[in-house]
Design a protein around this ligand. Structure first.
Ligand SMILES: C=C(O[C@@H]1C=C(C(=O)O)C=C[C@H]1O)C(=O)O
Length: 377
């Protein structure tokens, strides 16, 4: 499909107030959209469904599903950057009250982590809301595509739920056939050109907690577990520490559900132990995370890959292989739009040595991932 037709289909869908999602996977060129034919709200129940899932942070709330059979699926092979895309940094609007609240929140967490020796890490976040006069989500989505080729870029809309956009660096889970992969992502610093990143003991410890917890959670479900060394991963203007984790998985009757339940929410967005961290978050953050730090992506989709047989004398040397799989991402570096307001959601991991002011700054830098792609009229 041609790019202009693709986006005009999406625009019509949005004007008609019908649900849709449009996304591009990390380092991929294809952009895919699911256009739901009516405005029903469907939920995932057993994770055997096929379609696109959008799940909140709170596991007590059901993930929303755009069912494959209820959607028209359209794609473009690649996105060509348009001339009139302009990028502006709107980082100026920050409230001093929000600053003070976040520093106090982190300070409270650090003393709780010191008091309770079993409580190792908690991820604390905030929501920053900014008034915006005119907002065209599809135009902003194109800015996201043009700016973040290595992220999972998306725009998700349901008239009864809301409108979300993001460019996340974090995979929750990828499973095709019996191959599973995931990552442990944590630790943050700003990217500075021509400078090699070095990581402090606190960041290394913070990220190791995520790796160890994921490995432990998968140990009885995944065979041939391979765990890479932690390495620096660039996400826009930020750097993180990342460990790649992979293995083979024998899907039981519960399919992917068991693995998702074991992983979500990981200590990259919640903490360790999970229930203690969750309780601390709910009691102290002072707002509802909603879909921020939940997950989203393709659920049980058929993926076709072209392979070259690479043999002589085989006339039709390219053949296609198909596999059913799921590819889910953690909903970070995202924003929500509600009548005239844009809400940016940002957080960071807190361990015993964390500093309130530094953590505040980290959230400010993270919020720029979304702020810098907003067009001004
Ligand atoms: C919680 C966020 O990011 C997560 C927390 C990180 C950290 O604590 O350093 C780094 C990457 C993400 O796993 C966010 O972007 O809001």
């Amino acid at each position: 499909m041609q790019q202009d037709i693709f986006f005009s289909n999406l625009k019509e869908q949005y004007t008609l107030e019908l649900p849709f999602v449009v996304y591009r996977k990390p380092n991929a060129s294809e952009v895919t959209a699911f256009l739901q034919k009516d405005s029903t709200i469907n939920y995932v129940s057993d994770f055997q469904e096929k379609g696109f899932v959008f799940a909140p942070f709170n596991t007590a709330e059901k993930p929303i599903l755009f069912k494959e059979e209820d959607c028209e699926r359209i794609t473009i092979d690649s996105f060509k950057k348009l001339e009139n895309l302009f990028l502006v940094d709107t980082s100026a609007i920050i409230s001093e009250a929000a600053h003070q609240f976040h520093v106090a929140l982190v300070t409270n967490a650090v003393s709780t982590l010191k008091e309770e020796t079993d409580f190792k890490k908690v991820v604390l976040s905030r929501k920053e809301s900014v008034a915006i006069e005119a907002f065209s989500p599809l135009e902003v989505f194109q800015n996201i595509l043009a700016t973040y080729p290595t992220a999972f870029c998306y725009c998700w809309y349901h008239p009864s739920i809301g409108l979300w956009l993001g460019a996340t660096p974090e995979t929750l889970l990828k499973v095709y056939r019996n191959k599973l992969s995931t990552m442990a992502l944590a630790g943050t610093q700003r990217y500075i050109e021509h400078t090699e990143a070095t990581w402090g003991e606190k960041e290394i410890r913070e990220q190791q907690i995520v790796t160890d917890t994921i490995v432990e959670a998968l140990s009885d479900k995944v065979q041939k577990l391979e765990v890479s060394k932690a390495h620096t991963h660039r996400a826009g203007n930020l750097l993180h520490l990342k460990t790649d984790i992979s293995g083979t998985v024998a899907m039981g009757d519960d399919g992917i559900k068991e693995v998702i339940t074991a992983l979500h929410p990981t200590p990259a967005v919640c903490g360790l132990p999970r229930e203690r961290a969750k309780n601390f978050i709910v009691a102290n953050e002072g707002y509802d995370r909603s879909f921020y730090s939940g997950y989203l992506g393709e659920l049980n989709n058929v993926q076709t890959t072209e392979r070259n047989r690479n043999r002589r004398n085989v006339e039709n040397s390219v053949y296609k292989s198909t596999a059913t799989g799921s590819h889910l991402f953690v909903n970070l570096r995202c924003m929500e739009y509600t009548d005239g307001l844009l809400h940016f959601y940002v957080g960071g991991g807190i361990v015993e040595g964390s500093d309130g002011e530094a953590e505040w700054q980290e959230t400010v830098h993270k919020s720029n991932t979304m702020k810098k792609i907003l067009p001004v009229k």
